[in-house]
Design a protein around this ligand. Structure first.
Ligand SMILES: Cc1cn([C@H]2C[C@H](O)[C@@H](COP(=O)(O)OP(=O)(O)O[C@H]3O[C@H](C)C(=O)[C@H](O)[C@H]3O)O2)c(=O)[nH]c1=O
Length: 182
């Protein structure tokens, strides 16, 4: 696997080794010891999966305080633009974002540490998105920031009128009005 640091400290791109033969492919999608050596000792406790159609945008979400989550995300069907926003108020990149195109073709993974808002936009007809988290689901601690907040300025490649969002995401607060971790 290749572990690639992104422009935001703590966020990594991971490219697994895909072994192809006439039957298809095999890859080691996650190896705890290797992950620990390159990124750190993250103890994942829950696996999530969601399926979405073209133009679905899920995010920007995070869990607050002691319930915040690290996420190791990947796409097993289709293609998404995945985005992580730094909400660590002591970080030099506070309010900045980093994005990556994740797909079943490139098999790339994104590691997003605690302290970030996360979201993705589906670029293919359909996408199945799977991810590991290191803290359990805590609805009482859920928070969100609107996807098109001007301060963050994420460049989404699909026009707003084509997007499909949950009611929660349609009414998410601005970055300025959001409540953070610390
Ligand atoms: C996250 C989560 C949700 N749920 C239930 C709550 C709702 O009944 C249903 C859909 O939840 P929601 O609309 O919040 O799902 P997404 O919009 O995909 O939310 C996720 O979207 C972005 C991409 C994230 O990074 C977060 O993991 C998460 O917030 O699943 C659970 O039962 N367990 C869970 O861990």
């Amino acid at each position: 696997m290749n572990y690639i640091q992104t422009e935001i400290d703590g966020v990594w791109l991971i490219e697994p080794k895909v072994i192809r033969d006439e039957r298809g492919y095999f890859m080691e999608a996650f190896k705890e010891e290797e992950f620990k050596m390159h990124i750190g000792d993250v103890h994942f406790i829950q696996d999530n999966e969601s399926k979405s159609s073209f133009g679905v945008l899920r995010g920007l979400h995070y869990q607050k305080g002691e319930y915040c989550q690290s996420k190791l995300v990947r796409v097993i069907k289709g293609k998404v633009l995945d985005v992580a926003v730094d909400l660590r108020q002591s970080s030099p990149t506070f309010g900045k974002y980093v994005s990556a195109e994740l797909s079943e073709e490139n098999q790339r993974q994104f590691f997003i540490p605690r302290g970030f808002a996360h979201g993705f936009l589906v670029l293919s007809e359909e996408a199945i998105f799977i991810y590991k988290v290191d803290n359990a689901y805590a609805p009482q601690a859920e928070a969100s920031i609107r996807f098109n907040d001007e301060t963050i300025g994420i460049e989404w490649p699909i026009a707003e009128e084509q997007l499909l969002l949950s009611p929660k995401d349609k009414t998410a607060p601005s970055f300025r009005d959001a409540t953070y971790f610390e």
